[in-house]
Design a protein around this ligand. Sequence first.
Ligand code: PAF
Length: 285
Amino acid sequence: MPIRTIIALADMRQLSREWRAAGKKTAFVPTMGALHDGHLALVREAQNKADRVVVSIFVNPIQFGPKEDFASYPRMLQLDSEKLTSLGADVLFAPNAAEMYPAGYETYVYNDKRSDILCGRFRPGHFQGVLTIVSKLFNTVEPDFALFGKKDYQQFTLLRKMAQDLCFPIEVIGHPTLRDPDGLAMSSRNLRLTPEERALAPELYRAMQMVKEALQGGQKKPQVLLDTLKKQLSHVPAFRLEYAEIRAAADLADFGETIDQPAVLLVAAHLGSVRLIDNLELSGP
Ligand code: PAF
């Protein structure tokens, strides 16, 4: 039997409330589809955490900028539905944009401190779009747990803070990034790399690992560490580095001269027409 698919918001909310009334816990995995093994690992963790698992697929128009890849974002609902069926997830929630954002829609969720740093500097409005859709999905699915990949580290940090600040009674859980055997972080956008680009893509992770090694070797100056990364990446001219920063793992605060608490290296780079992001949690000082 294929997985139960729900389109209407009211149907989703009703089912979730029935589960709650029956004493069942619900875990929720929000996605934009084109499901890869990273997503499937989230679904498995969700199944370990709760009695019922809802996976949403919605390519959220308001988190894409006017020049971004909304139109070409991979859409493969049938294949995704088959993957979720074989995992035994309970519901595929695939709302439509007309119901999510009816004419006259005008309310948005924004983080005043961390929406405009890192990816937000280059994608104005992106995190407002993410926080808005996830709060709408939270209000519809009403889950006990929500799971997000830490590949989107800034997104995960912002969503965890949003749940706390806006009193969503939901435990937000981050799942470690899954990587292909050569180190490339799994992402739906990897599907759009040419074979030549795909062969070069793991160089990004290799350069990031060099930063981690240098920190472990005693180098604690963010600028020196970032120079190591830039030098290494300059050997692969196909990459256009957008940003590379080292920030506090807990709250993305900026370091001054010295790394003095657990840190995360966050990077965005273009390879051909594809924008890759990745991050690496660096061990403590
Ligand atoms: O990470 C994603 O796929 C999206 O940003 C999310 C969290 C599903 C919101 O649209």
